[in-house]
Write a protein that binds this ligand. Structure first.
Ligand code: ADP
Ligand code: MG
Length: 260
């Protein structure tokens, strides 16, 4: 199995806090790779290192064999990395469709001068983007609300819109930071199905998640962090049965898992 993304000994500290302390991992192509761990384990920091929101203090990061360290987030998006954030980031005043169209923006295929002098290629591109944008809204169950403001959506719907917008960038690797947080169980079920569909489209998924039902049902591989460090990795079942993992989660966070 080839790794699409490979991290080697990544480190990131904030002052005295070692948020990510020597993490190495390999994300196989076309897998759903889940990252779990207690609060403060360093999951979001790791995600920020993978996406380029932060640069590591040391370590390497390879995407399809290409070194990513030093590349800013927007350059990584062009290479095919997309993400959603733990805190929703949408253009709340814009319509749902315009939010998704903003995602297409990075891949406009038309020369800039055609923005000034609308020509055939411009309208072709515009029509194509709108069609694909609507298809993505359909995919996340929001097509009938395409022309409403994003701010008018309920929380769970805003999360799905964020997913549609990230998909509009045409990712090879899609990273989500706690997408199920704040969703009700029907919405979690919908999200789970979408993640499976996204994988079926050939997109590799990295998902940081607290919801163990989701992780255990959807992940091909689970990577466990604790206190910034690697703890364990394996198939969902192996992770659930691992004594170190159970120990790290004692205190009741392992919902749906072994510790209640
Ligand atoms: N920007 C930051 N500045 C200072 N400390 C941070 C920052 N981001 C994260 N941390 C700290 O790093 C540790 C790991 O945080 P985080 O990556 O958010 O964990 P998780 O997502 O697993 O809950 C925590 O102790 C957190 O307080
Ligand atoms: Mg986090």
């Amino acid at each position: 199995m080839t790794a699409l993304l490979e991290a080697r000994a990544l480190r990131k500290s904030f002052g005295g806090v070692r948020a990510v302390e020597g993490i190495s991992l390999a994300v196989p192509e076309r897998a759903i790779f889940a990252v779990i761990g207690p609060n403060g384990a360093g999951k979001s920091t790791l995600m920020n290192l993978l996406s380029g929101t932060y640069q590591p203090d040391s370590g390497e990061l390879l995407f399809a064999g290409r070194q990513l360290v030093g590349l800013p987030a927007h350059r990584r998006v062009r290479l095919g990395l997309a993400r959603t954030f733990q805190k929703i980031r949408l253009f709340k005043q814009l319509t749902l469709l315009d939010n998704v169209l903003a995602g297409f923006h990075i891949h406009h295929r038309i020369p800039a001068w055609q923005y000034l002098l609308p020509a055939a290629a411009f309208w072709r591109d515009w029509t194509r983007c709108r069609e694909e944008g609507m298809a993505l809204l359909e995919f996340v169950g929001l097509a009938d609300r395409a022309f409403e403001r994003a701010g008018a959506l309920a929380y769970g719907q805003q999360r799905m819109l964020e997913i549609a917008r990230a998909l509009a960038t045409g990712p090879k690797l899609f990273m989500l930071d706690e997408p199920a947080a704040g969703l009700n169980s029907a919405e979690v079920g919908f999200l789970l199905q979408r993640l499976i569909d996204i994988r079926a489209r050939g997109i590799t998924v990295v998902v940081v998640e607290h919801n163990m039902d989701l992780v255990m049902n959807v992940a091909d591989h689970v990577f466990v962090m604790d206190h910034g460090e690697y703890l364990f990795q394996g198939k969902p079942r192996e992770v659930q049965d691992n004594p170190q993992v159970i120990e790290a989660y004692l205190g009741g966070e392992f919902v749906g898992g072994v510790a209640a």
